[in-house]
Write a protein that binds this ligand. Structure first.
Ligand SMILES: *Cc1c(COP(=O)(O)O)cnc(C)c1O
Length: 361
């Protein structure tokens, strides 16, 4: 049996008629960038996140860059972030001149809230809470610490559309929350896309101007912005998918629960959830001390896998200057994590095959 780590086609085919009908409607409308589909999507997505404002942008990275620009991150400002986060999260900070201050993750792979406070300095301006793999950070603790120290909280929800923590959805806690709609994400589109959500109208207004060259009115430029617009086709197709996101996340949850209940191998460490958390399982990440052997074994069995992520940002070429040993736990996770297949439309036989093979390793 051959099982890819992920694939979009089966999920597309499930809703194919709705997608095709919407795509044709937009193609025939003659309006392709920043129109009714984008504004309808923004309204619907803001409501779904229980936030006042949503601004669609061109990617998840742009959402992060614009969020940090809107809260005023400038040269030398420090932003706290988990050491095992994705490289795009770090670029979002440094693009504005900010300095990422890496905090070790906890055993749930999220920002370790017990270690946050000792990294706070007079230069600290914000905390970037990256909800990694589909599980949310402990936002109650992060918000409490941020309030006490007067810090902004930005949420990176690119892997966590619809995840909940203590009853509130990802994006519902922070001053600004950023989403990606890259095709592989739970709410993935058919190309690049992203959005921010916020209750702060002044942030949303500023980002609305910045995404469109900094235009305040038709011919007037308030500041030098950029081109980071969401197009109509993406927005329209995302509106279709948003109608089904609960069942899409439910299906991933069922696969994850099957794995959690059936993978029994002492060499494998399974992912865990915080009390009060409802993960949406963007990825199913296991850990193994003998990862190279496991990888070779899975390869031989036709089971797709990947590493999220094998090189932590502080050791990446782009951010030289930090050395191995700075973040021991982050580095250990980078050496041991391995993501196994989880995708919508995955069949029972495929899930059983993955479990049987891993148990026999
Ligand atoms: C995918 C991702 C991003 C970047 O989103 P793009 O749309 O690819 O720019 C940022 N943060 C996290 C956690 C992601 O998974």
């Amino acid at each position: 049996m051959k099982i890819p780590i992920s694939e979009r086609k089966r999920e597309f085919e499930r809703y194919q008629e709705e997608y095709e009908e919407k795509a044709l409607e937009i193609l025939r409308s003659g309006w392709y960038v920043l129109g009714n589909e984008v504004s309808s999507f923004e309204t619907e997505f803001a409501a779904w996140c229980n936030k006042k404002e949503c601004v669609g942008v061109a990617s998840g990275l742009d959402a992060l860059k614009l969020a940090f620009q809107a809260i005023g991150i400038e040269d030398g400002d420090e932003v706290l972030i988990a050491g095992n986060a994705y490289i795009a999260c770090v670029i979002g900070i440094t693009a504005n001149g900010g300095i990422p201050v890496f905090v070790e993750p906890d055993e749930y792979y999220e920002l370790d809230t017990q270690q946050l406070e000792r990294h706070i300095t007079p230069k600290t301006k914000a905390i970037l809470a990256v909800h990694l793999y589909g599980q949310m950070c402990q936002m109650d603790k992060i918000m409490e610490i941020a309030h006490r120290h007067g810090l902004y909280v930005v949420e990176d929800c690119a892997q966590a559309h619809g995840a909940k923590y203590l009853g509130k959805r990802a994006g519902g806690y922070g001053d600004i929350s950023c989403f990606s709609f890259y095709p592989s994400k739970n709410l993935g589109g058919f190309g690049d896309g992203g959005a921010i959500v916020t209750d702060r109208t002044e942030f949303a207004d500023r980002i609305r101007i910045l995404r469109n060259y900094g235009k305040s009115t038709k011919y007037q430029n308030a500041e030098a912005g950029q081109n980071s617009r969401l197009d109509e086709l993406q927005a329209g197709l995302l509106r279709v998918k948003l109608r089904h996101i609960e069942e899409i996340n439910e299906e991933r949850k069922r696969i994850a629960e099957f794995y959690l209940g059936s993978i029994k191998n002492r060499k494998i460490i399974l992912p865990r959830q915080y009390a009060g958390a409802q993960a949406v399982w963007h990825l199913f990440v296991i850990r193994c001390e003998e990862r190279a052997k496991l990888a070779e074994y899975l390869e031989g069995k036709g089971i797709g896998f990947d590493y999220h992520y094998p090189i932590p940002p502080h050791l990446s070429e782009a951010y030289l200057g930090r050395k191995k040993g700075d973040l021991p736990l982050t580095e250990k996770y980078a050496d041991e994590v391995l993501s196994i297949p989880i995708f919508n439309g995955m069949g029972q036989k495929e899930m059983e095959y993955v479990v049987d093979m891993i148990n026999a390793f």
